[in-house]
Ligand binder design. Sequence first.
Ligand SMILES: CC(C)(COP(=O)(O)OP(=O)(O)OC[C@H]1O[C@@H](n2cnc3c(N)ncnc32)[C@H](O)[C@@H]1OP(=O)(O)O)[C@@H](O)C(=O)NCCC(=O)NCCS
Length: 171
Amino acid sequence: MGLIRTELETERLHLRLFTYDDLQVMFDLNSDPEVIKYAEPKPLKDLLEAKKVLEEGPLADYRKYGYGRFAVELKQTGKVIGFCGIKYLPEIDLPEVGYRYLRKYWGRGIGTEAARACVEFARDDLNVQKLVALIIPENIASIRVAEKLGMKKGPMIQIFDVNALQYEMML
Ligand SMILES: CC(C)(COP(=O)(O)OP(=O)(O)OC[C@H]1O[C@@H](n2cnc3c(N)ncnc32)[C@H](O)[C@@H]1OP(=O)(O)O)[C@@H](O)C(=O)NCCC(=O)NCCS
């Protein structure tokens, strides 16, 4: 395994590790019911809860595995607009590509652009052979992103108390 990058760059985006400066956007990404419709059971109530999600999610993953979801900044403004990245899922012993953006940035190709860079990162930096995306079957936008990455529909699995389609690809 080579060096695991802590930043990635695409045409419009800068992907970097999350820090404690990202509490507000972490809250925003976990409190809009439309954004979390196919992900989290309930919206966060305050920044203290956002801190817990940040610490138990990306920050814990960086420490344990050396990588985790990236914060995605729009280069044009320097603002964080969502997250994208590879998360190791011990439940299925596989790395997953995942993504989530603030609503106003949907439908501009950003989801696909960032995810493509993360697939390359998984292959080049992490030596991942099999990559999955776990998606609730109703989440058409997410399924489209997975398809555009070249992933194929695999089995339906039960995980985190929901039934999800496992999209998968060999790298
Ligand atoms: C899923 C998500 C990341 C997609 O990001 P995005 O930047 O809007 O996606 P893109 O613009 O790259 O679009 C990818 C494809 O999906 C299509 N698409 C986007 N939104 C769609 C929608 N609501 N319904 C149907 N297709 C949709 C696009 O048209 C595009 O396909 P095309 O190139 O064939 O036209 C974004 O909608 C999101 O953050 N959703 C909430 C969080 C979430 O559900 N994350 C995934 C959990 S598994």
